[in-house]
Design a protein. Structure first.
Length: 405
């Protein structure tokens, strides 16, 4: 399907080269085609086929079916040099889209509500541009199209499949279109950018009975309430106040009637933190707190606790390099936002644990066009001008990467 692409009004503070401005309509076209056909984790067959077809048309060397649906494209410059990887995620979310737009999702209950369709379009635009301008950079660029960022995570299996090898990657960069920043802003931060993500399910096993005879029971709801309160003490009293952390119980299910004390209760939650030293600590504290409260009431419990993603930690040298590139693109220090941390998680973190790199945000919100809904919202959308900004950022990073010693 062909879409009518609106005229793009690029802010005067942005420096986008003419060749990339000329790609803007195509970037929007690709993004909207992908938006119409969203796919969930490890099921991105249509998306992968779309990417592979473009790479084949352009004569770009690539490998498919990595970690099921992942793709790696390799583009060599005219001169030898180091290897820079660029990562783009490509999966969607199980959300019913509420936007009334011509490119609305055609897959019921599935939506690109986090901008991954834009990430793929930016990576494709970067691949095309670099393949046509190999004389502008040294070394090799690996563009990694990754499945399953939203969960259970595609970065780790791609790493295990060897995407950072042959040739070995010296550094990696990636971006996220970000509706928490305005169009024309770029968020770059050294150190922790996004939080580690851990999750838990817990069943409290008490002894049910009549609501009028609580002495004959072990009240799973009462125990659960004490646990929910006590878990907050982990952050309040066990974590350094200078280290941000969150423990959230998001689900609590128990009971069937107002005069029946529930035999069991079930809860689930999420844990977030930036400091890698907190890995294992919060999970162990959760277990001890739940065990102690249950023991004091004569209840038992089953706790399933797992680590999903580590913290996304940017290498200081690569982050400063990306910041210097961003200052060229936005042409004003006010456009580069250093304090852009979020408790959201990202499996880009696995790549950053293997090689130095930087993950950064490209502002994509435009309230004047009603394009400022938060990520994972059924009305999420973004200002597509950000697509060209993303390509410009990647192209400049590739061209200047040889500067890093």
């Amino acid at each position: 399907m062909t879409f009518t692409v609106p005229a793009i009004e690029t802010p005067n503070t942005l420096q986008i080269r003419l060749e990339i401005r000329a790609l803007q309509a195509q970037l929007v076209e690709w993004r909207r085609q992908l938006h119409q056909r969203p796919e969930l984790a490890f099921k991105e067959q249509i998306t992968a086929q779309f990417i592979a077809q473009k790479l084949q048309e352009w004569g770009i060397e690539h490998q498919t079916e990595i970690a099921k649906t992942g793709i790696v494209a390799i583009i060599k410059g005219d001169r030898p040099g180091k290897v820079l990887a660029i990562r783009a995620d490509m999966d969607a979310l199980p959300i019913q889209e509420a936007n009334e737009v011509p490119y609305r999702s055609q897959h019921d209950g599935i939506m690109h509500a986090c901008g991954h369709d834009g990430h793929v379009a930016i990576a494709l635009g970067t691949a095309y541009y670099l393949s046509q301008h190999r004389h502008t950079f040294n070394g090799t660029v690996k563009i990694i199209f990754q499945p399953a960022e939203e969960g259970p995570g595609g970065a780790k299996p791609m790493i295990e499949a060897g995407v950072l090898k042959n040739p070995d990657v010296d550094a990696i960069i990636g971006l996220h279109l970000w509706n928490n920043l305005s169009l024309g802003q770029i968020g770059v931060r050294s150190g922790p950018l996004m939080a580690a993500v851990e999750s838990f399910h817990c069943t409290i096993n008490g002894r049910g009975g009549h609501g009028a005879m609580p002495h004959q029971t072990v009240d799973s709801i009462l125990i659960s309430a004490q646990i929910v309160n006590a878990l907050q003490a982990i952050v309040a009293r066990n974590v350094n106040p200078l280290d941000a952390a969150v423990v959230t119980v998001g689900e609590l299910h128990a009971g069937t009637a107002n005069n029946v004390i529930a035999d069991s209760a079930w809860m689930s939650g999420t844990v977030r933190y930036f400091n890698p030293q907190l890995e294992d600590f919060i999970g162990e504290r959760c277990d001890r707190i739940i065990a102690g409260i249950c023991s004091s009431h004569g209840a038992t419990y089953n706790l399933d606790y797992w680590q999903l993603y580590p913290a996304t930690v940017n290498d200081p040298k690569i982050a400063e390099f990306v910041r210097s590139v961003a200052l060229e693109v936005v042409e004003t220090p006010l456009g580069v936002v250093p304090e852009c941390q979020t408790m959201g998680g990202e499996d880009m973190s696995f790549f950053l644990k293997e090689v130095p790199g930087c993950y950064f945000f490209v502002g994509a919100a435009n309230p004047a066009k009603n394009l400022a809904y938060p990520h994972h919202h059924p009305n999420f959308d973004f200002d597509e001008t950000a697509l060209g900004i993303g390509v410009e950022m990647f192209a400049r990073c590739v061209e200047r990467f040889s500067e890093i010693s």
